[in-house]
Design a protein around this ligand. Sequence first.
Ligand code: NAI
Length: 327
Amino acid sequence: MKAPIRVAVTGAAGQIGYALLFRIASGAMFGPDQPVILQLIEAPIEKALLALKGVAMELDDCAFPLLKGIVQTSDASVGFKDANWCLLIGAKPRGPGMERADLLKDNGKIFIEQGKIIDAVAAADARVAVVGNPANTNCMIAASQAKRLPADRFTAMVRLDQNRAQTQLAQKAGVDLTAVKDIFIYGNHSPTMFPAFAHATINGQPAASVINDQAWLQGPFCETVGKRGAAIIAARGLSSAASAANALVDHVRSLVTPGAIHSIAVKSNGLYGFDANVWAGMPVKTTTPGSYEVITGYAMDDFAKAKIATTNKELVDERAFVADMIK
Ligand code: NAI
């Protein structure tokens, strides 16, 4: 049996946490032979900590063979201690009438603090995956505080958008989901993100030729994927949680599987027209467990370039809102 790895999760008693922790403990994220210790971090609020206690009791009651320990805490320096993976889900939601700038600043404070603590106390091989919104910019903020851990250890999740796009293409073409490959998400996890349909394939053929409806691809397809989160809220009365947790399982599973090709938001170095130093979704190939290289060389047509310019501008604007905080 391998030695257990430590997985820190913030917002552990929230909606996504509740859909996620059982899958980590069952082996879905790190594999059926990898024991885990869950280090669960919640806000220092009595109600949240009580809910966390209940979740931990349920985890106990599952008798997962791979679960070797549970830490419950509101102290991030305890929760991130020696963590190999830090899954940052907890964030402040946007309240009614709240300006985007205020949301960015409020979350900025949380992610500055967590970035500093992770850098100070997490394991030498620590990897950080950010889900709490605005995920790309929160990830950039956390990474800005790291002196020990390199920036490429910090990734933000766009996998939910990739999964949504894959399903939309399969349903439009009337094919099995697994026939759709190479659909990648560029840019921000927000309605501006761009699902680059021109590179996708269906049964090995260009998806655009199989679907043969450019107007649908450029219009309703991009819009449906971009606004899917709002559509779920309208239908369910709550934001996507099980699908977000599932996407995080996929995000990490792909990152620990050499050869996997997938979309994650990473620090840009100017590739694909993104400003250097924003965290933008793009295609990567996992090289060794936890490490990856950006897949370069996908040609972008004028439509794709315009979409990327829009989502890049949003990321640059978000960075400007918090610029004074990350100096
Ligand atoms: P939720 O409100 O149900 O849970 C959030 C939890 O985080 C709460 O229990 C809260 O007490 C906790 N929390 C708040 N601040 C904290 C802190 N500083 N440290 C530790 N815990 C803290 O929200 P839900 O539905 O679980 O969503 C979490 C986040 O994920 C939201 O920001 C949401 O917008 C985002 N999200 C991102 C997606 C993506 O694709 N990147 C998809 C869906 C949601």
